[in-house]
Design a protein around this ligand. Structure first.
Ligand SMILES: Cc1ncc(COP(=O)(O)O)c(C=O)c1O
Length: 379
């Protein structure tokens, strides 16, 4: 008994001394400038001044009981893609957004927009929320709206994979599917298809006296990534990243992360990724708007969230490259993701072969490969 007590006491002393060492190191680390909290400057795409301090309540919720699944959004792992990158000059770090409750990075903007709108009085208790979606924003909004008691209507082009509509319905959303523009191909959603979806959104918002989440313009989309995704990446990597590239849809992820990175270290270069043949943001015009990289590449000439001063360059990725890299992510890294994640990896490899040779590039793994089981991404 005595022996057991002294062993326990010895273990406790050892534990306490290890803990105080850890505390001292973490205090020292927090004091270093490469760590990004609190975030000091104010950004808002609407021009409104916002409280942009990093929200530590969103941090590492895994070991506590959460009041709802909405609190499980974010705090995703950052993984070194050391296997697929073997033999290439440099590193690629991947932010695993596919592990979010809605299986995509769009959960973050869904929660932020709804919470910001509620706080600003733009969204009343019980009011219906409506949004145009390629399926991922809709899944995120369906989750957040279910938890916060808002009816949700998702308006989506039929060009997106059908499992997305099924998932949103399962999460309690009403899904309105919109026919594609004449001549369009299923699986390839263009700006023309989005225009049709937009018309239906306007009608539904008016009919239901609803709140339009408006991911292409609402500052909550930008803020979700400026306050959380970007700072998380900086803290997880110890600030040791050289570049970031992202396939853009609304541009919220790119813009928010780029703003957080540049604020911390203006030397971190940020690249917009577009589909080959539809690099409109790069100013190269549209040769072919039809591509298979769902969730973005809509050939829209202007995206409200993007700030030109945060864009260091533009990269183009073909369907073939996106598919090949999504398959390699699954087979070599065990990361089962979708087309746009493959596009991000392909773009990161372009950077390692070019301006970022020997450096560290960070990408998002945007959504789960489960969302593409009905496509030929997985043979
Ligand atoms: C799978 C996927 N990849 C990329 C994007 C683009 O992200 P963002 O809208 O933040 O630019 C989206 C957006 O819906 C998406 O669903």
């Amino acid at each position: 008994m005595l022996a057991a007590t002294s062993i326990t006491r010895a273990a406790s002393v050892k534990y306490r001394s290890a803990f105080s060492k850890w505390l001292a190191i973490s205090r020292w680390v927090r004091g270093r400038s490469c760590f990004p909290w609190p975030v000091g400057r104010s950004y808002s795409t609407s021009g409104a001044v916002a409280d942009l301090r990093y929200d530590s309540r969103r941090e590492a919720p895994a070991m506590t009981v959460l009041p709802s699944v909405a609190e499980a959004i974010g705090s995703t792992p950052l993984v070194d893609l050391a296997r697929v990158t073997r033999g290439r000059p440099g590193r690629v770090l991947a932010k695993l957004e596919l592990l979010s409750p809605g299986l995509s990075k769009k959960d973050r903007m869904a929660r932020q927009i709804v919470e910001d709108a509620e706080a600003a009085g733009e969204l009343a208790p019980g009011q219906t929320v409506v949004e145009l979606t390629s399926g991922n924003a809709g899944a995120g909004l369906a989750i957040v709206c279910a938890v916060k008691d808002h009816p949700f209507v998702a308006v989506m082009s039929k060009g997106n994979s059908e499992e997305r509509a099924r998932m949103m319905r399962a999460l309690g959303a009403e899904v309105v599917l919109v026919d594609q523009a004449p001549g369009a191909t299923p699986g390839k959603v263009t700006g023309a298809d989005l225009e049709r979806v937009e018309e239906v959104v306007h009608r539904v918002v008016a009919e239901r006296d609803a709140f339009r989440a408006d991911q292409f313009r609402h500052p909550g989309n930008f803020r979700a990534h400026y306050l959380n995704t970007g700072p998380e990446i900086l803290r997880q990597s110890g600030g040791a990243i050289d570049a970031f590239c992202d396939f853009v849809g609304s541009g919220g992820t790119f813009a928010g992360c780029a703003a957080a990175f540049k604020e911390q270290d203006p030397g971190i270069r940020c690249y917009v990724v577009e589909p080959a043949g539809a690099a409109v943001l790069a100013g190269r015009g549209v040769r072919d708007p039809h591509h298979r990289i769902q969730g973005g590449g809509y050939a829209l000439a202007e995206l409200a969230h993007l700030r030109p001063e945060h864009v260091d360059g533009y990269l183009e990725v073909s369907d073939r490259e996106a598919v090949e890299m999504a398959r390699r992510l699954a087979a070599e890294e065990g990361i089962f993701a979708g087309f746009s994640s493959g596009a991000n990896l392909a773009a990161a490899f372009q950077l390692l072969a070019g301006p970022c040779r020997g450096q560290t590039v960070v990408i998002a793994v945007c959504d789960s490969g489960l969302k593409y089981l009905s496509t030929d991404l997985w043979p």
